[in-house]
Ligand binder design. Structure first.
Ligand SMILES: Cc1cc2nc3c(=O)[nH]c(=O)nc-3n(C[C@H](O)[C@H](O)[C@H](O)COP(=O)(O)O)c2cc1C
Length: 381
């Protein structure tokens, strides 16, 4: 028995499990296990992305996979298309008060400066200018899905994907945003409830998923936010979605290159240890709660800047925190499902176990219906 949906059949995958990850080893392992690995391109330069995708091509055993980019529809400096000019412009927009605040938090927690000569790239794929080269590279590889966040994506990007036979997906946080995707021809709507890691809206998964399914019908919707088990996946399917788009759970698999100190913090965290904050990028995103997020969320301190300035302002600080493995400040995007991420597992086991539990759950529910009918009552309509 396997769970199939129209979308999973069209994409040629065995299980309707979609895995966002920034680790190529995880993306390839998910696809090999029968799900769809989707590599987040954000952190890579065009040259690095080319290398990552070539590696995946060589390790995915011909199975389908996807790529995720971030092309925000609105951000500071959106009118500038030259990346160097954009960098300069953004530099000049960061207030001195914010720079001093960041340095103060790092000093307070004993985080040393970078060694001489070590540099951090501040601006990755957060803008149209920096994401377009990533899209070109992604579409030159045999991907089956191109996902975008914070859109809607530019219409020409949707057109490019379609000409290559690639489906376009977009992440949304509310029904109005889902409808805007339909307007520009997006094929698959990914609906992360507020529980999700990373950028997320205010509406919970249980409410968001069926609302979006009904609003964009017959477009397929993938459920995201809070899915870490087959039972949760079965609930997502019961609400009319065509599969589970997952992110957090791939942080605690063997194949993910996550520092031990972060793994330990994730294993120890409960569902109330995350926070939706503007501290990461300037737009609300769910992260592990740390002294860093607390500092930004304290009303007495400067407010996070607009996207992409906040990421730009904090990129070096994040690098220094990770370099120093600072216990209080270190963290990362993670959703409320962190409560179930308590041990290191193999990617293949996570996929197989989730698919199996989902199938068992649906079979169990089926027997409940039969039992009810057998007793002469009918299930609620
Ligand atoms: C570490 C991390 C980084 C993320 N970065 C992105 C990103 O760059 N682009 C994106 O579309 N989604 C990103 N997400 C969100 C995922 O695509 C997904 O919507 C979310 O993780 C689903 O909810 P879950 O974490 O409860 O499974 C990220 C998630 C994690 C865990």
């Amino acid at each position: 028995m396997t769970i199939r949906t129209t979308l999973s059949d069209e994409l040629g995958i065995e299980h309707p499990i979609y895995a966002f990850t920034v680790h190529k080893e995880v993306a390839a392992a998910v696809s090999r296990a029968g799900g769809l690995g989707v590599l987040g391109a954000l952190r890579f330069s065009p040259e690095e992305l080319e290398e990552e995708l070539t590696w995946i091509d060589e390790h995915v055993d011909g199975k389908p996979y996807g790529v995720d980019v971030v092309m925000p529809a609105a951000y500071a400096g959106a009118d500038i298309s030259d990346p160097d000019q954009l960098l300069q412009q953004l530099q000049s927009m960061i207030p001195e008060e914010h720079r001093r605040f960041v340095e103060g938090v790092l000093e307070q927690h004993g985080v040393p400066p970078l060694p001489d000569g070590e540099q951090v790239r501040e601006l990755l794929g957060w803008t149209d200018a920096t994401a377009r080269p990533q899209v070109d590279i992604a579409l030159s590889h045999p991907i089956c899905l191109l996902a975008n966040a914070l859109g809607p994506p530019p219409k020409d990007i949707v057109g490019q994907a379609h000409r290559r036979g690639v489906k376009m997906a977009e992440l949304i946080g509310k029904v109005e945003q889902a409808l805007a995707q339909v307007e520009v021809g997006v094929d698959v709507i990914v609906a992360p409830g507020t529980e999700a890691a990373g950028h997320t809206g205010e509406v919970s998964s249980l409410v968001l998923w069926p609302d979006v399914v009904d609003a964009v019908h017959p477009r397929p919707v993938l459920a995201a936010g809070g899915i870490g088990t087959g039972r949760q996946m079965a609930a997502a399917l019961a609400l009319g979605t065509q599969g589970a788009w997952t992110g957090s759970i791939w942080l605690t698999v063997e194949e993910a290159d996550v520092p031990d100190i972060v793994r330990r913090k994730l294993f120890a965290a409960g569902s109330r240890d995350t926070v939706r904050t503007r501290a990461w990028t300037g737009k609300p995103a769910r992260l592990l709660r740390t002294a860093w997020t607390d500092a930004w969320d304290d009303p007495a301190n400067p407010k996070p800047l607009q996207m992409p300035l906040q990421f730009f302002l904090t990129a070096e600080a994040t690098h220094r925190i990770f370099r120093a493995e600072n216990e209080q400040l270190i963290g990362m995007p993670v959703g409320q499902i962190v409560s179930r991420m308590n041990e290191l597992r193999k990617t293949q086991d996570v996929v197989t176990e989730m698919a199996r539990e989902c199938e068992e759950t649906i079979a169990r529910l089926q027997t409940m219906v039969s039992a009810l009918v057998g007793r002469g009552s009918s299930p609620p309509s």
